[in-house]
Write a protein that binds this ligand. Sequence first.
Ligand code: CAA
Length: 257
Amino acid sequence: MSEFVRLEVKDGVGTIWLERPKMNALNAQMQGELGEIAREADARDDIAAVVVYGGERVFAAGADVKEMATLTYAEMVSRAHGIQAFTRELAAIGKPTISAITGFALGGGCEVALATDVRFAADNAKLGQPEILLGIIPGAGGTQRLSRLIGPAKAKDIIFTGRFVNAEEALAIGLVDQLHPADEVYAKAVEWASQFVGGPALALRAAKGAVDRGLEVDLQTGLEIERAEFTGLFATDDRTAGMTSFVENGPGKATFT
Ligand code: CAA
């Protein structure tokens, strides 16, 4: 039973709630719970898409610094895999995922948002990777996912300085995709996620896998990944339903299983 992370499912959309007072600081327990709930969201057939949300006030202020403050090097060596695991599990959800960001999304909190496909932010959002100010660097994927998302120069500026990026700048540099008032950002994210309810789940999984795996390899290998995913979909009922419906009724009218 999770204490700090909750999965709520409504009308085909799963919301992963971050719920650890005061700032959703991600201690080791919460990191483990987040990874476990991400796996559950991936596996459940009643979830078509996932929203990650920290509530109206704050998304997450990062890993729990108080918990980490006294860890030795040797202790961190054995924990570091776990620190990357929760964002890896989140990124591995084979369904569309979106973060609804209010207030601070810092350090591990920003890295949670980076592990989803899309980010909607409240106009009061502040994102950043302030680990450098603690004498460390991002450890939950930030150096890799941030630079892939916004490019190495902007990522380095943010990681080297540890500065906070406000909502307008985050939108301008592609760190977030849409801005909304704080009390609307969750509903807007749910609306985005709802588009995929009743959609072709295997094709969505294949599309996400092809884009994400493709970003990790050279172009030729990426094209091979795409080809394998593309041809594989010809074995699915959704492909039959989608194409038959197009031929008989025109575009966009297919019902998928
Ligand atoms: N870990 C533990 N406790 C935290 C925390 C964190 N990351 N962030 C905030 N808190 C706690 C504060 O210690 C404070 O607790 P008390 O009330 O018991 O003193 C409470 O939350 C409220 O925080 P503030 O009083 O500081 O509130 P503020 O509004 O003045 O500032 C803030 C908010 C800007 C988020 C500030 O707290 C802050 O800078 N937090 C740290 C952010 C940070 O460095 N994150 C990176 C963590 S390292 C990491 O994430 C590594 C990784 O890659 C996985």
